[in-house]
Every structure is written in structure tokens, then in C-alpha cells.
Design a protein. Sequence first.
Lengths: 232, 449
Amino acid sequence: LTDKPATRPQTIVLVEDETDLATEIKAELETRGHLVRTASVAEAADAARVGDAAMMIMDRIVFGQDSLVTLEALRKEGIKVPVLVISALASVDEKVKGLTAGGDDYLTKPFAMVELVARVDALLRRLDDVRTTKLRVGDLEMDLIEKTVYRGDTRIDLLPREFRLMEYFLRHPGRVITRAMLLEEVWQYHFSLETNVVDVHISNLRKKIDTKGPPSLILNIRGAGFMLNANA
Amino acid sequence: MLEFFRFSAVRVALAFVLVTTVATTAVFGLVYLEIREANEARNRLILEAEAAKSADRSADELRTAFEVRLTHDLRRIDYAALFDSNHKVMFGNIDMLPAIEIDGKSHYVTATRVPDSDNSREPAIFVARARPDGTIMVLGRSLLESLAFRRIAQGALAAGLAPMLLLALGIGVFFARRASRRLTAIHDTIARIVKGDTQRRLPVSSQHDTIDKISRDVNLMLDEIVRLLVQIKGVGDNIAHDLRSPLAVVHARLERGLESPNDEQLRASVKQALIHIDKAMLTVTALLRLADVEYGPRSSNFQSIDLSAICTELFEFYEPLATSKLIKMTLETQSPVQIIGDGDLMREAVSNLIGNAIKFTPENGTVSISVTREDDLPVVRVRDTGIGIEPAERDKIFQRFYRTASGHRVPGSGLGLSIAAAIANLHEFDLRFGGNDPGAVFEMVGRRR
């Protein structure tokens, strides 16, 4: 697995026919250092074909056309660019459709910008090799085969769900992770919750992994969610 | 008038009249034919017997006998004559030998000139018999009597049929009028409902007939439509209310922030504005979700799912939250409780119930979840020892956006129970509420099919 930053495309291609929303998304991502180009469905497809897109953000319905058709065609051609589908179609069935057509993530409108940014970051930094057997941050090490977690020499016993939660953080170090992302990825819950259950789970996990006291390995990001402290 | 004949009752009446006429006429005709047949057969026999009897008599004896017969016994023999071997009349009241076989059998002759008349003709039967001396004796009988009988039969038929037809028509018209009155009433009512008088209902008589049955069905349908209309209007009002207030707050906060002299206050205002916008977005998301469950097509995801497994998983998900609030949480599940449904939706519904229970239960309270089969029906029960719900408010809790007076202090879109109820309904479950004294019990019970 070789990372070649020099040849990696940097541009995020945005397909969104609501001009105001497109402007906001572009501005938000640009303040975070991303290059963003707005495009029509056809232009985006071309950019993907020539390898000119780091990832794509695609509105589900663009000018009355279902952009999933194009996405499906791209996937059939073997083009693997990460795609985040955004849509006002909220049902689970629609989400499933979006994901089976080749979307890597599906975000329902209306969404908060932090949610979008977090998902874009997650897709951009997606670990290419899912067969990694060990994940590490600082002196915390997770063995995916042995199902063990060590902080230094101390073994930490995690419940299965806590293990998966920790694994998700370890796979996205230094990235903002929202509560909705955790619900979807760790618990497979595709509905919104009004309670702060996730926070309680995080706080329980912290109690187990922060054997050395503060600062915690998992940081609270106000108004957004959490982040694994990659510099710990 | 044309309108009148379109009513099925009139058509039925007319058909009834037609059938009655045909049937009655057929019966009359049959009786008439039978009687005529018997009469004619009798006449034929008499004629033939007379002819046979007279065959051996001498011509003179015959002449006398004919005169007696023709003058005194008119009822039985109308025609009598003796012809010579050249077919010329010797005596009697027939001029010409009828064109029949001379075999002693009776034959029908369509038109025979009536004796002693100018030109009138009548149907008759004749017998011609050859005598030993070569002469031919002919006897005949007029069938005028039969004609008269037919006329009488026709007259009787007409006399009997006319009042019956009138009666049938009358009854038909009566029913048609009545049906037409009822249909007109229904028509008028529908016109009023269309114009917006949605409280009106179709008239239902006490007759329990088809029109009543349909009217009743339509009324039930109208009730449901009106219920939905009221609900939609309520939802509209609630959306307006729930979105307008956060928007107004946002507007005010931002305005105040802009007017403030220092950046710190501006930042604080913006932050607060964001919180209210998030709340509004939560509401919109919940509303979309609800509309999706209620009005969307039935999920294609229906398959066999285990309620026990779903509840166990949700128990594990929520228990840390309960513990952090010093609430004891218990779970009671039997063996798998399989139903056909959408696992994601069921998880969402039960999650709403558990989330609510924890939300409204104070410290040191208990939230217990149980999954059972009772009377062979699947039951998911979530019991809490929270603030409960006032009896007066119990009917309203499933209404959209409804939050109890005491619940207003707890954040939420107010749509959780509505969504749970909609999901339950989609799975043919009922979401019921009961008091737990203190606290509340929510149970989802499968409907008996």
C-alpha cells in the first residue's frame, strides 16, 4: 500500500442544482482547505473517468434527473472514486438504493454542515486497506484478529460494541466524527435519536481507555461530535 | 321523462310486465288450444260415426234424415248432402263436393260457403263417404263455434291482463320514484360535501338494502377523509408553529447580535441561533420521516424479524444512558418472537418508546422492557415509573407534536410517538397506552387477523 500524494487528485467535485446550497457547501469545504469544483452530472462523470476527482458529492435528483443512473454506470466501468450522495429522499429504502447504486455514504437533507464535512473527510481518508490487522494511535493498539486492545502494556477489556466503536475511531484518526455517523456505522441505526445515548457510550469507552488520565484519547468537538486525538 | 326510464327500478318493472304478459298469454293459449283440440276431436268422431251409421240407409231415408238434422239438430250437423257418382249434388245444402278424400274420415276445410247466404265463408270439417250404390254422402260441421270460443278467450285474456299490467307498472313507478328520491338526496348531499360542507353524511334509511350499505360505506370513508383533513390541517398548523417560533427566536438573536458592540456577544448570539436552527431541522427531519412511514409505499424490506433480538440490542444500547441517569433498566424476553416486518422500522419504533421512557423517568426510577407472546399475539411492553400522563391528556399523546404540559421542559420534536404509532400501524400492530401508577406503560400488540 503506497500513498502517492503528488499524483492524488485533490478536487472535490460537487453536483448540486440548488445554487445557494452549492455555494454554501463549496465555501464550507474551501475554508477547510479542500479544492471544490461544481459540475453537472455529465461533467462530474467525465472528471471521475479521467481520475480528476478526489471524491464526488452528488445530489440525488439534479434538474429532475436521477443521478444514481450515472453513478451506477460509473461503477460498472470500474471507477472507484468515493461518492457521497445527498438527498431529500429520506426513507431507508431510498438510502439502500443510493448505497447499492454505488454511493459510499448517504446524507439526508436538511443536514448540518459539520455533518457533511465530517463525512467528506471520512470518505477522503478512508483506509484503502481494510485488511489491516492492527490499528494504532499513540500507545493504544488494537488487534483486529485477536480482538484485543492494549494501552501500553495494559490490556483493556472492551465489550463487543465498545470494541467496534473504538475500531471506528481508530480507522478515522484526527477526523471529526458525528453522532449520526456512529449510529449508522457502529449500531446500524438509520434513524435520528433525540437523546444523547451516544455520548454516554463514548464516556463509558473513555473511562476504559483513558488509563493515564486526561487529556482523553477521544476529544469532544463542540457542535459537531468527536475526534480521536491522533497526536496522543 | 327519459331520465325516469334510466332508473333501474323502472326497467325492472317494465321487464316484469313483459314477463307477466308472456307467461299469462302462454297459459291462456295452452288452455285454449287444449280445449279446442278436445272439442274438435269430439266433433270429428261424431261426424265420422254419423257418416258410418248412415252409409247403409236408402237415399230417401237419408233425405228425410238430413232435413230433420239440418232443421232440428243444428248444433251437431251443419252440412249434409248426397252426391251422385258424377259428383253432382242430388240433395242437401252443399252445392259442390268439398275437395277432400272420400274415405269416411273427417277433414279440415278452410273456407266453405255458408248455405243460404250470399258469399260468407267459414272454416269447417267434412266427412265424405262412398255408399254401396256409388253415391257419395257428405256431412260437415261449422267451426264458427271454435272461432267464437277463441274470441272469448282473447277477450278474457285482455280483461285479465290489463289490470295486472297496470298494477305492475304502478308498483314499478312507485319504487322508481322512491329510489329516485333517495338517489336525488344522495346526489344533493354529495354536491354539498364537494362544496366544502364536510360534516354532511349520506342519508341512511332503515331498509338495510344495497343503497344503504353503500351509503354507510361512503360515510365511513368520509369520516376517515375528514379525520385525515383535520390531521393534515393540524400538522400544517403545528409545522407553522414549531418552525415559526425557532425562526423568530433565531431572527431576534441574530438581530441582537448585530447590534451588540463587541464580537463576544455576537458570537454568543450566533451560537444560540444555531441551536434553534438545529431544533428546527430536527423537526423537519422527523416530519419527513413520519410522512415517509405513513404515506410512503410499504417497505420492500419486510421479512421475518425477531422482536426479542431487537429489544435485547436496544436494551444494550440504552442501558448506559439509563445508568447514567440512575435509572434501573430491566429486560424480559422469551424465546424468539418472530414477526414479519422491517427490522429498521421496528427498531426505530421501540427505540422511540424506550427513549421516551428514559426521558420522562426521574432518578432512581425503573424502565422495564418485555417481549412476550400473549394469546399468541406478539407484545412489546415498555413500562416506566416516570411522570406518567394525566388521564385528560391520554387521548392526545399520539397526535403529532403533542407534548404534555409537564413534558414541555424536555427537548424533542414531539413526533416520536407519532412515528412509533405509524410504524406499529404499518406492521398491523396497535400502540396502546396505559397508566403504571406512577408512570406509564406503552405496549405494541399485534392485531389478530
